[in-house]
Design a protein around this ligand. Structure first.
Ligand code: FAD
Length: 469
C-alpha cells in the first residue's frame, strides 16, 4: 500500500454545531472523511441558546408532523431517516407524546446528538468562535452558523457576498398555494400591464376590495393579536418593510396608498367598477405553484393572519404555504450567491448549510446540513454527488434555495425569504388522482389524494437516487 492510500483525507471544517452543522458532521464522518466542528458555545453564547449542547433547540421542542403520507415535513422526516440522519435518529430515540407530531425531550435529544458526535473518532470538536473568514488553508468548509451567526463572522460573509445579499432580518409575507385562489374573483395583471425585466405583463394575481371590505380589513389588522419582538430583536422596521398592521395604525388610508393601491389595474370580472383597494400576489417559485402577498409582512399571530387574510375576496379558501413574520435572522440571498451544491459562487471552498441558506425550521436546517455534508464529503473523495431529484422533499427544498425561487419579475426589493418545506415546492403531478372506482375527486378528498401521490412519487424517486448516489 502506498503512503497516499494510507493517509486519510484532509478534514472538512464546519462552523456551527447547531442542527445543520451537527448533521453535516455526522454525514461526513460516516463517509470516512475527518471533520473539525467549530462551535462557539459555551465559550460565547448567542441571544437565545442556553446550553453548551450541540443541536440545541432554541424554542419549541417539535419537529412538526411525522405524517409522511400527507405532510411535506413528514416526507422530509422519512427521507432523512433513509439517509441515516443523526438528528432524526436522536429525535426518534427521545420523542415525547405529541399526537401526530414528532416532539422531543429537548435536553435528552441535544445530549444524545452531542454524545454521538463526541464519540465519533473522526470528529474533532473545537469550542470557540470563528471570528472572520476561515483561514485559506481550510479548503473545504461548511458554514452552518445559523440565524444568529456571530457578528464578526456575519460581517466577513457580508463583505464577501456584498451587503445586499446577506439579510439580518426576515420580512416574511404570507405565501398562498396558487390552486386555492378563487380566480372567479381574482385576475392576472401587472400594474399598467408592465412586463418588467423578468415578467410578462400579467404576472400578479389581483384581489379587489370595495370600500366596506377595505374598512373591515383595516379594523381586523388593527385589532388582531400580534406577536411581540424578542428582547434581542429590538424593533427592526427598515427598508420599507413595515408590517401591514403598523401601516394600518399610521392612518386608515396608508395601505391604500401603499401595497394595496388600486391603480393601473382593471378588474375583468367587473370592468366598470374601480376597486377601492387591491391586494396583489406575486409568483414566488419557478413552478408557479406558490404566490406571495406583496408587502404583507406582518407580526399578526398565525391564527389571526389566516382569519384576516381569508376575508380578502378571492382568498376565502386560501391555503397558506407559509404565514407572515418578521424576525432576527441572518440569511443569504442564496438563489443568487450559491451554486446548486450550496457553494458560494465567489469562493467555492465555502459551502453553506442550515437556516443561513434560507430554509426555515429545525428539520429543514438539519436536512440541508445533511445534504451539504454528503456533498462536501463526496467532493473531498473526488466524487460528485448529484442533487436529489426535485420531486423529493429534500430536492424540492434544495432547489428552492439554490434556484427554484423567482428572483425578480420587476424591479422591487429582493424577494427570497426563508421557507419551510411544503408541497407547493414540489413539481405538480402530471396526472389527476382518481377515486378507487375511477371517479373524479373533489375538494378535500382531491387535495389529500394529491398529497399522497406526491409523497409516493417522492419515495420512489429518493430510492432511485439513493441507488445511484
Ligand atoms: C429565536 C428563534 C426561535 C426559533 N424557533 C424555532 C422553532 O420553534 N421551531 C423551528 O423549527 N425552528 C425555529 N427557529 C428556526 C431555526 O430552525 C433554528 O434556529 C435552527 O436551530 C436553525 O438551525 P441551524 O443549524 O441553521 O442554526 P443553529 O441551530 O442556530 O446553529 C448554529 C450554531 O452556530 C454557532 N455559531 C454561530 N456563529 C458562530 C461562529 N462565528 N463560530 C462558531 N460557532 C458559531 C451557534 O452557537 C449555533 O450553535 C427559531 C429561530 C430563532 C432565531
Amino acid at each position: 500500500m502506498t503512503d497516499r492510500q494510507n493517509s486519510s483525507p484532509a478534514p472538512i471544517h464546519i462552523i456551527g454545531g447547531g442542527l445543520a452543522g451537527s448533521e453535516a458532521a455526522w454525514q461526513i464522518a460516516r463517509a470516512g472523511v475527518p471533520v473539525v466542528l467549530h462551535e462557539m458555545r459555551p465559550e460565547r453564547a448567542t441571544d437565545v441558546h442556553k446550553t453548551g449542547f450541540l443541536a440545541e433547540l432554541v424554542c419549541s421542542n417539535s419537529f412538526r408532523s411525522d405524517d409522511c403520507e400527507t405532510n411535506a415535513v413528514g416526507v422530509l422526516h422519512r427521507e432523512m431517516r433513509a439517509l441515516d440522519s443523526l438528528v432524526l435518529r436522536c429525535a426518534d430515540a427521545h420523542k415525547v407524546p405529541a399526537g401526530g407530531a414528532l416532539a422531543v425531550d429537548r435536553d435528552a435529544f441535544a445530549a444524545a446528538v452531542t454524545q454521538a458526535l463526541e464519540s465519533e473518532p473522526s470528529i474533532e470538536i473545537q469550542r470557540g468562535e470563528v471570528a472572520g473568514l476561515p483561514p485559506a488553508e481550510w479548503d473545504n468548509v461548511i458554514i452552518a452558523s445559523g440565524p444568529l451567526t456571530s457578528p464578526a463572522l456575519a460581517a466577513a460573509i457580508g463583505a464577501l457576498t456584498g451587503e445586499a445579499e446577506l439579510a439580518f432580518y426576515d420580512a416574511i409575507a404570507p405565501i398562498v398555494h396558487r390552486e386555492s385562489i378563487d380566480m372567479g374573483k381574482a385576475w392576472f395583471q401587472s400594474r399598467y400591464d408592465k412586463a418588467g425585466p423578468g415578467g410578462t405583463g400579467a404576472d400578479y394575481i389581483n384581489c379587489p376590495l370595495d370600500r366596506d371590505q377595505y374598512e373591515a380589513f383595516v379594523d381586523a389588522l388593527i385589532q388582531g393579536p400580534k406577536t411581540e419582538f424578542k428582547h434581542f430583536e429590538k424593533t427592526p422596521y427598515f427598508d420599507g418593510c413595515l408590517p401591514i398592521e403598523v401601516m394600518a395604525e399610521r392612518g386608515r388610508e396608508t395601505l391604500r396608498h401603499g401595497p394595496m393601491k388600486p391603480v393601473g389595474l382593471t378588474n375583468p370580472h367587473n370592468p366598470n367598477v374601480k376597486p377601492y383597494a387591491i391586494v396583489q400576489l406575486r409568483q414566488d417559485n419557478a413552478l408557479g405553484t406558490l404566490y406571495n402577498m406583496v408587502g404583507f409582512q406582518t407580526k399578526l399571530l398565525y391564527g389571526a393572519q389566516a382569519e384576516t387574510f381569508r376575508k380578502i375576496p378571492g382568498l376565502e379558501q386560501a391555503e397558506f404555504a407559509r404565514l407572515g413574520g418578521l424576525h432576527r435572522n441572518t440569511f443569504l440571498n442564496s438563489p443568487k450567491v450559491l451554486d446548486e451544491r450550496l457553494r458560494l459562487r465567489a469562493q467555492p471552498r465555502l459551502r453553506f448549510a442550515g437556516q443561513i441558506t434560507g430554509c426555515e425550521g429545525y428539520v429543514e436546517s438539519a436536512s440541508i446540513g445533511l445534504i451539504a455534508g454528503r456533498m462536501a464529503a463526496a467532493e473531498r473523495l473526488g466524487r460528485t454527488l448529484l442533487p436529489p431529484p426535485r420531486t423529493t422533499a429534500l430536492g424540492a427544498l434544495l432547489n428552492h434555495i439554490t434556484g427554484g425561487h423567482i428572483e425578480t419579475i420587476d424591479a422591487g426589493p429582493r424577494s427570497f425569504q426563508p421557507m419551510n418545506v411544503n408541497f407547493g415546492l414540489f413539481p405538480p403531478l402530471d396526472f389527476s388522482p382518481k377515486a378507487p372506482d375511477g371517479k373524479r375527486l373533489r375538494g378535500p378528498e382531491k387535495a389529500l389524494a394529491k398529497k399522497r401521490a406526491l409523497s409516493a412519487r417522492a419515495e420512489a424517486d429518493l430510492r432511485a437516487w439513493l441507488a445511484e448516489a
